[in-house]
Ligand binder design. Structure first.
Ligand SMILES: Nc1ncnc2c1ncn2[C@@H]1O[C@H](COP(=O)(O)OP(=O)(O)O)[C@@H](O)[C@H]1O
Ligand SMILES: [Mg+2]
Length: 368
């Protein structure tokens, strides 16, 4: 097992005037045995970063260290890592056993050791009864497990995963996600896992790197990136439906504190961290509808805002209520068993002070 250090890592494709920078200086310390997920939209540089750790892409600037050894110049085969891709590319003419054993055979391990390692991995992945089958006789989920088995038998210091679940249907994705968690619990191998899916990131990660356009926006636990997003990008990327982000102007005077959106002034329970242009964030699940009574009791920490309802969606366990606060679009999430409002209704929302997030209007950085 090993730690991974990314120190001001830069990647440019091409040279000279044609150079295209895609990673702009990423810093991260991944602890020995930690499971870290890199999440971000398509094209933000996730695979590039992972491939630099693997040694499949040259590093244009900065340093990558695995187990305290700088690996910038180290060949992929000498980095003691194993990688699992979205396209698992098994050898079609080989059995599951042979697919898993192949890399070890190449490295000339004695047959009884190969047997032992494959059996152990097959046990962990519940592939024991499938060892004699060919890949075409397996389901997509089973094939992906074989691909993971191939990585496990190598007993590497680091696992790298590049969107390994993207080709699976929704149900299998959830199941395989649980298997990867179990795998990490049992083996404790340092893992870097890339995905564009924030649910995968939240459920798998001990810590999450949120990337946007080649930059790291935040590196924190799932609780931190959800509870205290560092930027509006993280706020809108993590959580579904996304956090409501309202552009407006914070004011405070003798009459109280407000947030002004167009010609609507929303009262604030406490003044914003500063006055002037700001972005106010509130998650759909944290704005609760109320009947006007409940708020009076703890009015000091809760504001009441009128939401004009436009549309309601039933999702089963919950309903999404789409509406407007003044001109600004706002989504509210309510329990599926609650009586829903109707389009045209005005619903009063409770906006608890501790659930409000503030961001700089120009930079999108969190303001506390
Ligand atoms: N071999 C390459 N040559 C030039 N540009 C590349 C190459 N590979 C990736 N890119 C560019 O680098 C950026 C990041 O790509 P990638 O790391 O694959 O993103 P992600 O995995 O987050 O979807 C993209 O703009 C992509 O077009
Ligand atoms: Mg990719």
């Amino acid at each position: 097992m090993a730690s991974i250090s990314l120190r001001n890592v830069v990647k440019r494709y091409g040279h000279g005037a044609k150079a295209n920078p895609v990673i702009h200086g990423v810093n991260a310390e991944i602890a020995d045995g930690e499971f870290v997920v890199i999440v971000g939209p398509s094209g933000c540089g996730k695979s590039t970063l992972l491939r630099m750790v693997a040694g499949l892409e040259e590093i244009s600037g900065g340093e990558i260290a695995i187990a305290d050894r700088v690996v910038n110049q180290v060949e992929p085969a000498d980095r003691d890592i194993a990688m699992v891709f979205q396209n698992y590319a098994l050898y079609p003419h080989m059995s599951v056993f042979e697919n898993m054993a192949y890399g070890l055979k190449i490295r000339k391990l004695p047959p009884e050791q190969i047997r032992a390692r494959v059996d152990k991995a097959a046990g962990i992945l519940e592939l024991g009864h499938l060892l004699e089958r060919r890949p075409r006789e397996l389901s997509g989920g089973q094939r992906q497990r074989v691909a993971m088995g191939r990585a496990i038998v190598r007993d590497p210091q680091v696992f790298l995963f590049d969107e390994p679940l993207s080709n699976l249907d929704a149900k299998l994705r959830v199941q395989t996600r649980l298997e990867i968690q179990k795998l990490h619990r049992e083996l404790g191998v340092t893992s870097l896992f890339v995905t564009h899916d924030q649910v995968e990131a939240m459920t798998l990660a001990q810590r999450i790197v949120v990337m946007n356009a080649g930059r790291m926006e935040q590196f924190g636990t799932p609780e931190e990136v959800y509870g205290r997003p560092a930027t509006t990008f993280v706020a809108s990327f993590i959580g579904s439906p996304a956090m409501n982000l309202l552009k407006g102007r914070a004011e405070a005077d003798a009459a109280g504190a407000r947030f002004v959106i167009g010609d609507v002034a929303l009262p604030l329970p406490h003044p914003a961290p500063r006055t002037g242009d700001l972005i106010l964030g509130l998650r759909p699940e944290h704005a609760l509808p109320h009947d006007g009574q409940a708020v009076a009791a703890d009015a000091a920490d809760i504001a009441s805002w009128p939401l004009r309802v436009e549309m309601v969606e039933m999702l089963g366990a919950e309903r999404l209520v789409y509406g407007r606060l003044g001109d600004a679009a706002f989504t509210l999430r309510i329990d599926g068993t609650d009586t829903p409002p109707r389009p045209g209704d005005v619903v009063l929302l409770k906006a608890p002070a501790e659930r409000l997030h503030w961001f700089d209007a120009a930079t999108g950085q969190r303001v506390d």
